[in-house]
Design a protein around this ligand. Structure first.
Ligand code: ZN
Length: 429
């Protein structure tokens, strides 16, 4: 660990710039960067990287560059307006290790506006809380990467190894933004992803499968409904049955070391549904979107088949669906599970992050296992790079009135800056 004096200098540098950091985060929240609409937020990030003297690499995603790579998930929409941005610091005379700081710019849809106390894209500060869609997940964390870098400069240093600040798209539905960074050749000895981890380190995460299921009905006039086949009702049969499979998978948790301590590690979610055309017509179609979790050590293809088989077997028992099997389409996540704690080369960065965290928080770094996915899997599974998910505390992510705890943002920024300083070593400006 660096001398105490340098540690203090770096922490103070974060403090001095913290109001600017909060203002910058609030401005970034102002870009409604839902999937397909990230471009202007990425322009904003690219400009900020350029102003810091980082070499800016901004490119439009091209599915041909990465669709053949492990970890690829089929996209939800095209990439016509989808850009990744990476800001690179490369020292003249490298001496330390290299570091990736990665965050996603995309946010999930805000839902009904009338459920928010204030407009989701007008960030609102209330004491130590910053409200807004994406404030926690994960614009505060993404911004902390830039300001951690700033803190070193403010204290009179530059990293002695490469630092790549990556602002990526599509973490919320495929992870192809992070995959595109790998395909473009970015590599380092460790990666930090400041997702809202609540000041903990994620030691393992579940995988995720998205399937879109369509049931076809037989439309007749509602006055003769018994002669038709109602696709919406049939979809409900499948949705109800899926709860059995979810319970079965949860029942297997004791065979999965990372998740055996969790009361309900596997969550199935019906996140979207649409169907029918007219109140007086028996619906001809119903489509619903399923998100299913899998264990960190599962074979994803086997689990996907298990889901498909279950849906088709359920349909086969139904008088109508047996003649018209549901269609299952893969759109979005085919995300394998990942456990940082299983990586042999993770011990060193975990130890260092723990030491940095303890300096700032005065308490040991806690580890947690999550029941969702993050982009850490790309670094860990496909590049043998420990991907450390570590960031601030946030409440109501993916809900309404999402907020991030600014004190936690300040401290995690300090810890990340200290990690960078130790990992990459320092050169005097
Ligand atoms: Zn996130």
């Amino acid at each position: 660990m660096l001398q105490d004096e340098i540690v203090k200098d770096i922490q103070n540098a974060v403090d001095r710039r913290f109001d600017t950091q909060v203002d910058f985060t609030a401005e970034l929240v102002g870009f409604p960067s839902t999937r397909g609409n990230e471009a202007t937020a990425q322009d904003f990030m690219a400009k900020a990287m350029g102003e810091r003297g980082l070499t800016v690499d901004r490119w439009r995603l091209n599915v041909d560059d990465f669709k053949h790579l492990p970890g690829f998930s089929p996209g939800v929409i095209d990439y016509d307006n989808s850009f990744n941005v990476v800001g690179a610091w490369r020292p003249e005379n490298p001496k330390g290790k290299n570091l990736i700081l990665n965050g996603h710019i995309d946010v999930v849809p805000e839902g009904p506006l009338d459920m928010w106390d204030s407009p989701p894209y007008a960030a609102r500060r209330d004491g130590d809380r910053l409200y807004g869609r994406g404030a926690g997940d994960m614009k505060a964390g993404l911004v902390s990467c830039l300001f951690a870098y700033d803190a070193l400069a403010e204290a009179g240093y530059r990293p002695g190894g490469n630092v790549f600040v990556q602002s990526v798209i599509e973490e919320e539905c495929t992870g192809n933004g992070a995959l595109a960074c790998l395909a473009r050749g970015y590599r380092a000895d460790a990666a930090i992803i400041p997702e809202p981890s609540g000041d903990t380190l994620f030691s393992a995460q579940t995988g995720t499968i998205w399937q879109q299921i369509t049931v076809k009905g037989h439309p007749v006039h509602a006055s003769r409904a018994t002669e038709g086949f109602n696709a919406i009702k049939a979809a409900y049969v499948l949705i109800q049955a899926l709860e059995e499979l979810e319970a079965k998978w949860n029942g297997e948790k004791d065979q999965h070391k990372h998740h055996c301590g969790h009361h309900h590690p596997i969550n199935f979610n019906i996140g979207k549904i649409a169907g029918g055309d007219w109140p007086a017509s028996v619906p001809a179609w119903c489509t619903f979107d399923l998100r299913a979790a899998i264990f960190a050590d599962d074979d994803i293809h086997q689990r996907a088949r298990e889901l498909e088989d279950f849906i088709q077997e359920t349909a086969a028992k139904d008088r109508h669906m047996s003649n018209r099997p549901p269609e299952i389409v893969y759109q979005g996540f085919m995300a394998e599970g990942f456990a940082l704690s299983d990586m042999e080369n993770a011990a060193e960065p975990i130890f260092l992050l723990g030491a940095c965290h303890e300096k700032v928080y005065g308490a040991a770094l806690k580890e947690s296992v999550i029941t969702g996915t993050t982009d850490a899997r790309f670094f860990g599974l496909y590049a043998n790079t420990p991907g450390l998910v570590y960031g601030p505390r946030s409440v109501d992510v993916h809900g309404f009135n999402e907020w991030v705890d600014l004190e936690s943002v300040r401290k995690s920024t300090q810890a990340i800056a200290l990690f960078m300083a130790n990992w990459c070593e320092l050169e005097k400006i």
